[in-house]
Design a protein around this ligand. Structure first.
Ligand SMILES: [Fe+2]
Length: 385
């Protein structure tokens, strides 16, 4: 996150002597991205963060691609993804390319007997159903319906859920995920025309510190493999850190919509950016107020980006027969637009309660076997009159 955060105890100057009450030294770690050029945090551990005891297993979790080259519009019924006890097993990649994985998950239980670390992807976890706590070695964040949790690559974490009824929409990104640059000034501060500001971004406030030795399993993801790595000390042994690289939460309900007299284009809904895709939030808002305006979108040719819409809540005005948890995929190369009747239906409407998350990727997405299990194979004909 491009603003400074400090939690726990740190010495007044970096890379200097920092002792425990018993006189021993704490162990410093620079937790950085993009070599030494990207965002980083300086972390102080009770123990060396390097004490690997054992690499117990290595196994692939690569998505199984069913359609590598896709030209068909799809609807996927996300809530048909079956709940699973284990968090990592519950994550089903439905769409994938070399920049990102788009994942649906319905985990029933918290990650109890292991920690998880994704080494080469930032994870954007959208909470559709469920409450609980994201616990990380850099502090904890409570979550609820509508939260985006941004977990930068390398953050060791667990997810604690309050109940078994959880639905997550996750984007796993090999490109760093930032807030849009056009909403930040040259210092990184969010500008007045930004649809959210620093006050809306929740930073970790509660640091769990364990000074424990033993056997601690971290499931480490690297290049589509999971490595079961056993460490000799508790991964949550940080006494303090400061810097710019840490997990944070942002609620979709805190996104302030930008509206106009006539239909506003999708970039006004943009919430996150990478150099490979954007993430937009469609939130309840007043419709266009020109007396002759058509609130429904026009047909559009996303000629060079695939469009994924994840429907969260409310009535999605431009679509017929869309329910919460559904995903629509409109592939690059062909135009798409409102369903028959949607334009007429929208005229005279003054507001919408729709809530949705959109991911537009600049490279085509491959459709996985998991996606075809929940696919509506007739959706591509749904514009026929
Ligand atoms: Fe679209």
């Amino acid at each position: 996150m491009p603003f400074y955060h400090q939690l726990g105890n740190i010495p007044p100057k970096r890379h200097t002597i920092f002792r425990k009450p018993n006189g021993d030294l704490y162990y410093e770690q620079l937790f950085g991205t993009i070599g030494f050029d990207g965002m980083s945090s300086n972390i102080y551990h009770e123990h060396r963060p390097t004490q690997v005891k054992e690499i117990r297993a290595q196994y692939s979790v690569a998505p199984k691609v069913a359609k590598a080259n896709n030209m068909q519009s799809y609807r996927f019924r996300g809530f048909q993804v079956p709940p699973e006890n284990d968090y990592l097993k519950s994550r089903k990649v439905v769409l994938t390319n070399s920049d990102c994985n788009i994942i649906l998950a319905a985990p029933k239980h918290s990650t109890k007997d292991y920690f998880y670390k994704n080494t080469d992807a930032d994870e954007l976890i959208f909470i559709h159903k469920g409450t609980g706590k994201l616990r990380t070695f850099l502090g904890n964040l409570d979550f609820k319906y509508g939260d985006y949790l941004l977990v930068p690559r390398g953050v060791i974490y667990k997810l604690d859920f309050d109940t078994e009824d959880n639905r997550l929409f996750i984007v796993e990104s090999y490109r760093p995920i930032y807030t849009p640059k056009r909403y930040r000034n040259w210092f990184g501060q969010l500008l007045e025309h930004s649809p959210f500001c620093e006050r809306d971004i929740r930073r970790p406030q509660e640091l769990e510190t364990y000074d424990e030795k033993g056997e601690f399993l971290i499931k480490v993801k690297k290049q589509d493999d999971i490595f079961d790595m056993v460490y000799a000390t508790h991964p949550f042994d940080v006494v303090g850190y400061d810097g710019f690289n840490y997990p944070y939460a942002f609620s979709i309900h805190d996104f302030e919509p930008i509206t106009g007299r006539i239909h506003q284009p999708p970039p006004v809904h943009q919430t996150f950016e990478t150099d490979a895709f954007v993430v937009c939030s469609f939130v309840p808002r007043l419709y266009d107020y020109h007396p002759q305006s058509i609130p429904a979108p026009y047909n559009h040719s996303n000629i060079d980006s695939d469009e994924v819409l994840y429907y969260v809540d409310g009535d999605f005005m431009s679509r017929n027969d869309i329910e919460a948890g559904h995903i629509s995929l409109h592939p690059a190369g062909i135009p798409h637009g409102p369903h028959p009747g949607a334009v007429e239906r929208s005229i005279g409407q003054t507001e919408t309660e729709e809530l949705a998350v959109m991911v537009d990727t600049f490279k085509p997405l491959k459709v996985t076997e998991e996606a075809l299990k929940i696919a509506d194979d007739t959706y591509f004909r749904s514009w026929l009159e």
